[in-house]
Write a protein that binds this ligand. Structure first.
Ligand code: ADP
Ligand code: MG
Length: 315
């Protein structure tokens, strides 16, 4: 992370004092920042380099902001403000001090079933809201876009030890400033850069005049939600074992594997993971979108439902 001295100054962003760089993307840098008075809560500011973008890419940023404006859910990063200068867009967001879930997977190697459930239920609650209330598909669900607001305690080692040697070690854990206790904290979905509105949120009807909509469009809209469900399956798989369901060094081979839904519950990593957990993953990583679980089927699955109350109590 960069030190304060190296941080750039942006025209039109004088209201905020940048504190550190938190992340970056293709056209953006994300900073932790605070109100220039030093008061008020810290925020995240996504500074997008408008001057490097073509008109379609610029339109997509405006669409991202437009969609975020309509969204209000505890498990989705909130938009606080949006402004622009000649060269930049400034997207001021609710700060997620814990950073990316991706880094936690790397740090812990993999999550216990309880911790995985605790995380995935929160992602699913956000998706339920997006799909059924806001009429939005995210289309870019992945560990890098899942951020979190940490609870006080994050275990450094899993409850389930990997080796006999591990068994003897005390879980020292790590205290991170934040709120709440247990679990990992509050998970929040970020990055609506690829998101799309599929239903009119006011009327709960499809956008446009349905009567004249071509079948492939109607079909497309129907399938768009299932894209998020596939991704949810990939995230759950990764949480449970620590590596993604589909991987190959060759993009061509990888694409082929995904197209065929070619994945396995690889031994020995999956040997001790419960059958209900595997069952749920397999209903998400189903190639036929008509057979793939939707968000309600996901939330009603025994692996989720049977322990949902406990998960809530712990969170
Ligand atoms: P991109 O579209 O370029 O991927 P993102 O919105 O995903 O942009 O932001 C890039 C990275 O910046 C994220 O993966 C994360 O590490 C960090 N980041 C984004 N928003 C926040 C936030 N609200 N709080 C903390 N970190 C954030
Ligand atoms: Mg991203």
């Amino acid at each position: 992370r960069e030190s304060i001295g190296k941080l750039p100054r942006y025209p039109g962003l004088e209201r905020w004092t940048l504190l550190e760089k938190m992340g970056d993307g293709a056209f953006s840098n994300v900073y932790r920042a605070v109100d220039a008075t030093g008061h008020g809560p810290e925020v995240a500011i996504k500074v997008v380099r408008k001057f490097e973008m073509n008109s379609t890419q610029r339109a997509n940023i405006l669409k991202e902001v437009q969609i975020m404006r309509q969204i209000d859910h505890p498990n989705i990063v909130k938009l606080i403000d949006f402004s622009e200068s000649r060269q930049y867009y400034y997207i001021v967001l609710e700060l997620c001090p814990g950073g990316e879930l991706f880094h936690q997977i790397v740090r812990l190697t993999y999550f216990s079933e309880d911790l995985s459930r605790h995380v995935i239920v929160q992602v699913a609650e956000a998706l339920e809201y997006l799909h059924e209330t806001a009429g939005v598909v995210h289309r870019d669900i992945k560990p890098e876009n899942l951020l979190f607001y940490p609870s006080a305690f994050i275990p450094t080692r899993n409850p389930k030890p990997r080796s006999a040697e591990d068994e003897d070690k005390e879980d020292e854990g790590e205290f991170i400033k934040g709120v709440g206790s247990g679990g990992i904290g509050t998970i929040k979905i970020a990055d609506f850069g690829l998101s799309k509105i599929i239903w009119d949120s006011q009327t709960m009807t499809p956008c446009g005049t349905v009567g004249y909509t071509a079948p492939e469009i109607v079909k497309d809209e129907r399938y768009s939600k299932s894209v998020d469900m596939w991704a949810l399956g990939c995230v759950l798989y990764t949480l449970l074992c620590g590596f993604p369901p589909f991987y190959d060094e060759s993009i061509q081979v990888l694409t082929e594997k995904v197209a065929r839904g070619q994945y396995t519950f690889l031994s020995p990593w999956w040997d001790d993971i419960s059958k209900p957990a595997q069952d749920l993953v397999s209903h998400l990583l189903t190639v036929d979108p008509d057979k793939r679980y939707n968000i309600q089927q996901f939330l009603n699955h025994p692996w989720i439902r049977e322990t949902r109350e406990e998960t809530y109590a712990a969170a």
